[in-house]
Design a protein around this ligand. Structure first.
Ligand code: CDP
Length: 796
């Protein structure tokens, strides 16, 4: 208890310390890419394709070159002379930087203009004459798989269809046997629709090539600056030590700022050619139609069930729409990301997953929007399937989950797909959620209401999410192993500078990283400056996505602190004139075991490191650590939603939402709650309002915020959060698991299950998201499933 109180005093572990970065953010003093102005800077705009699939027969930029203030017009042919018309993607594919032969999606980059200001550049883009010869358009993976489908990627040798991968995992024969033995087979098919991460700040870069030093500095909106540095070095063949990537403040990433976009590459080339800084800031529509989309997967699966509710086996097939380029990042070994983490929290003896990915005439998809490489789709399908299966069995939703959840004594638990779940108390979390929502009472209320024609429903979603890629044995991107790093310098006065290879985008790293230092070294968090995002100063790291910061970079911070503490112990022994073995540690202080009153603080040790070190000991108090996690961390979440559906209109309102999250040890409970609330808000938006689709000509419908709704506090229901259950990760140095994405991953199924429960009497099995009122109303009145996002014609 005393230790916990001492921690709170110095802003250590468990303190709800106020976010230090907010002091600049809420005063408008953040320093985002667009805030940076360099002397002599020029501005770049991109000309995008209006068509989804067309051959380019001519590009004439002469009118654009003639506009006063234009310095450069880049086209695909010019890029090709420098071998830069195409670039490698993070998934071993290639992507057009500027189109040469064809355009393959609406919004694709065709040319760029660099001018004195962005308005001249925009006008000049409109003066570029491009002639297109339209080609047949493919907007669904099913159509892409048809025998006579046009080949979208005819630029690739040996690509005679639109298939990107055909990948499988698990035990097909064993799964077949489980299905033969089943009393009942429950099946569900659904579509997780395309969605967009939509960070408030769009993408952008300022490239600044200095010919006299040969140094290229790029300020950019990237979640993974070191990966970008490696990519620039390899693609542009520039020496790595002459490239400096700086991610200044980032206005939200959500996976959208992981891929490498053509705008970055073009601004770099333009700066090299013009020897002046070149700024590119994407507009909202550009961001919405051309940057990495998420989801767009068709899921089809079955559960083999015993009559008493035990799951005997699981089978799943996925068909993913990746758009024109397979450009999102995922571990090299796993073609569909971590889709095979599905059903991990249930004790399923045998399973098989077959996944296919297709090219279509859409912008690149598959981005892990607030999710760990496709786990959102995996968990959504899992929980929708659990809901359907419980109904097929005629079992209570909670009881069906309780029977199948992995039991406490089964940890570490190996799933049939090979994952090792580290720890958890799944049933306790479910029971806490049920108690908080008043489960039994609500079921009674629901029955009473039904007699009066009112439709109440309850939806449960329980899941465990794999967070914190690597380990390096299994996880790499383009061969670069997934680990992370931290570097700590303790100054003479006991203040400190911490740098990590992660890069926050609003998650509060500057706050929580200081808390880990406070916990490990007793240096008050306020005395620790945290820096991230500059490849010239930060140690190498794989970046921040997939909620990997706390599991990997957070662990590296704890480890570097321990190295520093080990050296401080030597200094303490010297100051106290005893041997190291006689020294004990308590928060912020070393003392003599036999005389606890005789002690020195960590600050006194720091001073001694520069002014009074023993003979033979290197001066200074600093170190670095690279952390290669032995396993992923597996937080658990239980989300329960109650709703009322209006049978006359299909409008549904959330009555209550309870969230129980066990993310291991919470560094900062307030920040964790903020992360969960943000994730639940996004989950709510995905389930009921966000709809971005494509018409038969490949026009992106919903590419503005009038149509694609971002929820505000007005639409968002209240959430009741519970963090009482804490199961530390046994392999993480401070027992923390990731949390940033859990609610966005597990939340959508709870909302959808609740609505499906409310309309259970109709016999409808599935409505695909978003559950817009007209779709729910159609299901109620027509008594059929409402599936997919059918292509609509732009001509009405
Ligand atoms: O990788 P990302 O930062 O997006 O996700 P995360 O590691 O789950 O962390 C999100 C935020 O929650 C960070 O500020 C973490 O330090 C904080 N957090 C925490 O305080 N306790 C945990 N057990 C997990 C995360």
């Amino acid at each position: 208890m005393t230790q916990a109180l001492d921690e709170i005093k110095i802003g250590g572990m468990g303190a709800s310390r106020k976010r230090v970065e907010d002091s600049r953010f809420i005063r408008g003093k953040g320093n985002y890419t667009d805030d940076i102005h360099l002397p002599g800077m020029l501005h770049m705009e991109i000309l995008r394709s209006p068509l989804a699939h067309a051959r380019i027969t001519k590009i004439d930029a002469s009118r654009a070159w003639d506009i006063p203030g234009v310095h450069l017009v880049l086209t695909g042919d010019m890029m090709a002379t420098r071998n830069l018309a195409w670039m490698p993607t993070l998934s071993y594919d290639t992507q057009a930087v500027l189109a040469t032969d064809k355009v393959r999606f609406q919004g694709q980059e065709v040319a760029c203009v660099i001018a004195d200001d962005p308005y001249i550049a925009k006008d000049a883009c409109e003066a570029i004459d491009v002639e297109y010869e339209p080609l047949p358009v493919v907007v669904s993976p099913q159509a892409a798989a048809a025998e006579d489908a046009p080949v979208i990627r005819d630029d690739k040798e040996n690509q005679d269809g639109n298939l990107i991968y055909n990948w499988e995992v698990g035990d097909a024969e064993g799964t077949d046997r489980a299905f033969e033995e089943a009393d009942l087979v429950s099946r569900l098919q659904l579509h997780y629709p395309r969605s967009h991460p939509s960070p408030i700040e769009c993408c952008g870069s300022i490239a600044d090539f200095n010919r006299s030093t040969s140094k290229l500095t790029v300020y950019m909106t990237t979640q993974a600056p070191h990966i970008i540095r490696a990519a620039v070095a390899l693609v542009a063949e520039l020496p790595e030590h002459m490239i400096r990537i700086i991610s200044p403040d980032i206005g939200g990433g959500f996976g959208n700022k992981v891929p490498i976009y053509p705008g970055y590459v073009c601004s770099i080339l333009a700066s090299i050619l013009l020897e002046r800084p070149v700024k590119w800031i994407e507009d909202k529509t550009g961001n919405l139609i051309s940057t990495g989309f998420a989801r767009d997967v068709y899921l089809d699966g079955e559960l083999a069930l015993r009559r008493d509710g035990k799951i005997l086996g699981m089978r799943m097939r996925t068909l993913a729409d990746h758009g024109a380029f397979f450009a999102d990042a995922q571990p090299s070994k796993f073609k569909i990301g971590l889709m095979h983490s599905t059903f991990g929290c249930y004790d399923v003896p045998v399973a098989h997953l077959a996944a296919r990915g297709m090219y279509t005439n859409k912008a690149p998809g598959g981005v892990a929007y607030r999710c760990s490489f496709r786990v959102t789709e995996a968990m959504f399908f899992q929980e929708r399937m659990m809901h359907a299966a419980a109904n097929d069995l005629g079992m209570d939703q909670a009881e069906f989950r309780r029977i199948n959840l992995v039991r406490d004594e089964q940890f570490p638990h190996r799933t049939p797909f090979g994952f090792l779940l580290d720890s958890g108390q799944y049933k306790a979390c479910l029971d806490l959620g049920l108690k908080a929502v008043g489960y039994e009472d609500f079921l009674r209320q629901k029955e009473e209401a039904r007699k009066k024609g009112r439709l109440l429903g309850i939806g449960i979603s329980t899941m465990s999410e794999p967070l914190g890629a690597g380990n390096s044995r299994e996880y790499d991107i383009l061969g670069i192993k997934m680990f992370d790093s931290a570097e700590l310098r303790v100054h003479m006065t006991g203040k400190a500078l911490l740098r990590t290879g992660a890069r926050g985008q609003g998650q509060g790293h500057e706050t929580t990283w200081g808390q880990i230092v406070a916990h490990e070294l007793g240096i008050p968090a306020d005395d620790v400056t945290v820096e991230e995002g500059d490849t010239d100063t930060a140690p190498f790291g794989m970046g921040t996505y997939a909620s990997r910061s706390t599991p990997v970079a957070g662990a590296a911070i704890a480890m570097v602190c321990r190295k520093v503490r080990a050296k401080a112990r030597k200094l303490a022994a010297h100051l106290l004139e005893v041997s190291e073995e006689d020294i004990e540690w308590e928060l912020g202080r070393f003392y003599v075991r036999s005389a606890p009153d005789r002690g020195v603080t960590i600050q006194e040790c720091a001073m001694a490191a520069y002014s009074n070190m023993p003979d033979g000991l290197e001066p200074g108090l600093e170190n670095n650590a690279y952390y290669d996690p032995p396993n992923l961390t597996w937080p658990f979440a239980c989300y329960i939603v109650t709703v009322e559906v209006d049978p006359e209109t299909g409008v549904w309102d959330v009555l209550n939402m309870v969230a129980v999250d066990d993310c291991g040890v919470r560094i900062n409970p307030m920040i964790v709650e903020g992360q969960i609330m943000g994730g639940l808000t996004e989950a709510y938006a995905m389930s009921n309002m966000q709809f971005i689709t494509f018409d038969a000509d490949g026009n992106c419908i919903g590419a503005n915020y009038m149509d694609y709704m971002l929820p505000t506090a007005w639409e968002t229901p209240g959430f009741e959060l519970h963090g009482e259950i804490v199961t530390p990760s046994p392999h993480h140095p401070i027992g923390a698991k990731g949390v940033g994405e859990c609610a966005a991953v597990g939340g959508p199924a709870a909302f959808v299950n609740a609505v499906m429960d409310a309309i259970a009497g109709t016999g409808v099995r599935n409505i695909d998201m978003p559950l817009l009122p007209d779709r729910v109303w159609e299901a109620i009145t027509e008594r059929h499933d409402v599936s997919g996002a059918p292509p609509v014609r732009s001509d009405g």
